[in-house]
Write a protein that binds this ligand. Structure first.
Ligand SMILES: [Cu+2]
Length: 497
């Protein structure tokens, strides 16, 4: 990248700890470097017990050192633990200790609608929910988050989300780093805004709803300004875009290679070498990065194609130069030679499933994601009339009582998704899909694996296979994963029978 940014630390890696906070402005982004070592979410390993518990609870978090902000988390004050599970039966015990209903949706888990945790499965304050999850899918990094209709954006912003790993315990055989928090790092990417007292600013004004909320400060695993310590070798990064709306264009500050090994649905068939990778809200990727040269380097991002001057109307400028000087830091790394490095080689092949869709395509569906940008909506928005039902799919705003699509179990369907103005990350519950075409062309390399969420720029063609049942009472959702758009109605629901 042209705008290389170097971080200067003490001679020894961890000498950085305690570095005086520095802050500077670049492109409106506050870059705070506290120098504190990045902490992983606590690991809740349920692979042996086959059960885990999560409690939604209110707390407070001092993100900035300027004061504690009210937050919500699972089992802690902000975000939740990394829940590690394996194939087979898993009992989840969810309880709600906050004063409003929440749900827990397992984003990326292939299970029937009854266990999906969508808007039809609210857990009222003081109540609990105990789904039995039967996990049949291959290893993957997935996540869980609340999905209360109309409140998802607010509750996720406040912290109700966490990472889940579906593991088969065989990553050693695959030659992949797998020591949690040592050479296998979990990075939950979120952007937030803070006031001078460290309070999170989240008001949902009209512009925030239209563009989706974006912040000016990166929060990684609930921490601002932290630095990740890594061994001098190959390190695995599991990245989740847990932001409400921001789309990241990720790269290393010195342009070094990133080896993509997994996307939403799990491993690829072989690593793919990239120097930049896009990550839209809801998506996950796993990459291997070689730190054996020892130098300090950062994960950085280019600007969000939906924001900035070209944003709203700049649909055809979304591919504008990634190497503009709008780059900001996601997380700096320091190589600490005291951490044992156990991997020095990128595997040649992985055991991900080939992208095959057995069976003929039964149905083609066209879905148009619309923001109702007409004068009436603008007027209503400006008059304070709200935008709660302004976002639509095929002209219909989300209705809890309407089933939009009825799919058949085992069927492969072609879904052609179109956009009006902004790029929208499109997510389907309870199924994985294959991206066939994007804007009339071959998909981006990072969209070549099995996916459950994909950024639709103009037109994206998917092949989706429905393997799990969902009833009219507990249907699956498909929606934009810009959470403000989802809450404003850019969502539909489907049954699988
Ligand atoms: Cu959207």
């Amino acid at each position: 990248m042209m705008n290389r940014r170097k971080f200067l630390y003490g001679a020894a890696g961890l000498g950085a700890v305690g570095l005086a906070a520095t802050m500077y402005q670049g492109t409106g982004f506050s870059e705070v470097i506290s120098g504190k070592k990045l902490q992983m979410p606590p690991l809740l390993d349920a692979t042996q017990s086959g059960r885990f518990e999560l409690q939604a609870m209110a707390g407070s978090t001092d993100f900035t050192g300027r004061g504690s902000a009210p937050t919500i988390g699972f089992n802690q004050s902000y975000l939740g633990p990394t829940v590690r599970v394996k194939r087979g039966a898993v009992s989840a015990g969810i309880s709600n200790a906050i004063n409003e209903p929440v749900t827990v949706h397992w984003h990326g888990m292939l299970i029937p609608g009854e266990q999906d945790g969508g808007p039809h499965q609210p857990i009222d304050s003081g109540e609990s929910w105990s789904p039995e999850l039967t996990i049949t899918q291959p290893p993957a990094t997935i996540w869980y988050h609340t999905h209360i209709h109309g409140r998802t954006a607010t509750q996720v912003h406040a912290g109700l989300a966490g990472i889940m790993q579906i593991s088969d315990g065989r990553d050693g055989d695959r030659g992949l780093p797998n020591s949690y928090g040592v050479d296998d790092l979990t990075l939950v990417l979120q952007d937030r805004r803070f006031d001078e007292n460290g309070q999170m600013i989240y008001m949902q004004n009209m512009m925030d709803v239209m563009h989706g909320f974006t912040g000016d400060t990166m929060v990684i695993n609930g921490q601002v300004g932290s630095v990740a310590s890594v061994p001098k070798g190959i390190v695995r990064l599991r990245l989740l875009n847990g932001s409400n709306a921001r789309i990241y264009s990720l790269g290393m500050s010195d342009n070094r290679e990133m080896h993509l090994i997994a996307t939403d649905g799990g491993y690829l068939t072989a690593p793919v070498v990239l120097t930049q990778v896009q990550l839209a809200p809801g998506e996950r990727i796993e990459i291997l990065v070689d730190f054996s040269s020892g130098g300090d380097v950062s994960l950085v991002s280019g600007e969000d194609p939906n924001q900035g001057p070209g944003g709203m109307m700049g649909r055809f400028q979304q591919l504008r130069n990634f190497f503009s000087n709008s780059e900001f830091t996601i997380i700096p790394f320091v190589v600490d030679e005291r951490i044992a490095s156990t991997h020095d080689k990128i595997p040649d092949a992985l055991d991900g499933r080939e992208l095959t869709m057995a069976g003929a395509i039964s149905t083609t569906r066209h879905l148009s994601l619309d923001m109702g940008m007409g004068p009436g909506m603008m007027m209503r928005g400006m008059m304070g009339g709200g935008m709660s039902d302004q976002m639509t799919i095929n002209g219909q705003s989300f209705d809890m009582n309407r089933i939009n699509i009825e799919a058949k179990r085992g069927a492969v369907e072609r879904w052609i998704i179109r956009n009006d103005t902004l790029a929208h990350p499109f997510h389907i519950h309870g199924a994985l899909f294959q991206v066939v075409k994007e804007n009339g062309q071959k998909p981006r390399p990072e969209h070549l694996g099995w996916k459950d969420t994909v950024l639709v720029e103009q037109e994206t063609e998917l092949l989706v296979r429905f393997d799990h049942k969902a009833s009219r009472e507990k249907p699956f959702m498909y929606h934009c994963h810009i959470l403000e758009h989802e809450d404003a109605g850019m969502m539909g629901q489907f049954t699988v029978s």
